[in-house]
Write a protein that binds this ligand. Structure first.
Ligand code: NAP
Length: 281
């Protein structure tokens, strides 16, 4: 029997309980639980102390705690340290270990949705330089993508990220969003990590048709599932991968650590989460 959680502030929007409870049911794991807990920033340290004392096997961490919790962990996996954020906690023997599973979740989603996407890939463009971009840039570096260009509305933020995450490595560059026009033709992967796309918002001048012939377009925004960017990419004949798979795949390592069984990302899980989002498209 194990108890796990997702903490955030607010927390009602989180889809993590739907995912983990689906797996607990599907795998017939009885007596264990996964709960959403609203933890205000001032209560985070006390909550981690309870975790250390054995109140839970571990859990997920979401906004606004992903960075702050880093300093409260006893141990960090190397990815979480590099990314500078923790989204999964595992408590064992009185110690709390912090992980970042957005990175493997992003890769697993692309590997499933666009098999072979990284073979022969020369340049990837990452739109955005916020928290999610950090995990994705580290993932692309880990996968050995030769050239990664971060394009952001605020170019200074993109340059800072390129300097920090690309330190000691060739091929991580940064620019403003307007550089897309000239970079697109030699680009085989476009990933949107900005908030654009949510609620039907769209980029003004960003045509996926300009990308390389076999390019893959991935939007990590999943509300709506088919963003304006993915629709345009689809119309341009590009392979597209939506963002819901990243959310589902990032949940796998945590579940395995807390409950002792490795779950599968299946169409039935996807349907359950879509139903909870009230969006079956
Ligand atoms: P964040 O840290 O707040 O970063 C937001 C990014 O979006 C920044 O680069 C920001 O640019 C850009 N942006 C915001 N409004 C913009 C606008 N009007 N025009 C151009 N750029 C704009 O947020 P985050 O945590 O990285 O999350 C970003 C998105 O990813 C959210 O929609 C989130 O739901 C999604 N996400 C999905 C998953 C998944 O599993 N699929 C995981 C994590 C996050 P500036 O720097 O110029 O402000």
């Amino acid at each position: 029997m194990a108890r796990a959680f997702v903490i955030g502030h607010p927390i009602a929007h989180s889809k993590s309980p739907v995912i983990h409870r689906f797996w607990l049911d599907a795998l017939g794991i009885e007596g264990s639980s996964y709960e959403a807990i609203d933890v205000a920033p001032g209560d985070l340290e006390g909550f981690i102390a309870r975790l250390r004392e054995g109140a839970f096997a571990g859990g997920n961490v979401t906004i606004p705690h992903k960075e702050a919790v880093l300093a409260l962990c006893d141990d960090l996996d190397p990815l979480a340290r590099r990314i500078g954020a923790v989204n999964t906690l595992v408590a064992t023997s009185g110690r709390v270990m912090g992980h970042n599973t957005d990175c493997p979740g992003f890769l697993a989603n692309l590997d499933t949705g666009a098999p072979g996407w990284s073979q022969g890939l020369e340049r990837a463009i990452v739109l955005g330089a916020g928290g999610a971009a950090r995990a994705i840039i580290v993932a692309l570096i880990e996968r050995g993508v030769p050239e990664i260009v971060i394009l952001n509305r605020s170019p200074d933020r993109a340059h800072g990220l390129a300097r920090e995450l690309g330190a000691g490595r060739q091929g991580v560059a940064a620019d403003g969003l307007e550089a897309y026009e000239s970079l697109a033709p030699g680009t085989g992967l476009l990933v949107n990590t900005t908030a654009i796309g949510m609620g039907g918002s769209r980029f003004d001048a960003l045509d996926p048709a300009r990308l390389g012939q076999d390019a893959v377009v991935n939007d990590i925004v999943y509300t709506p599932l088919e963003t304006e960017l993915l629709q345009a990419a689809h119309r341009a004949g590009k392979r597209t991968v939506d963002g819901l798979g990243m959310l589902l795949h990032q949940a796998v390592p945590g579940f395995a650590a807390w409950f002792g069984q490795t779950p599968q990302v299946t169409p039935a899980l996807r349907d359950a989460v879509l139903a909870a989002m009230g969006d079956k498209n």
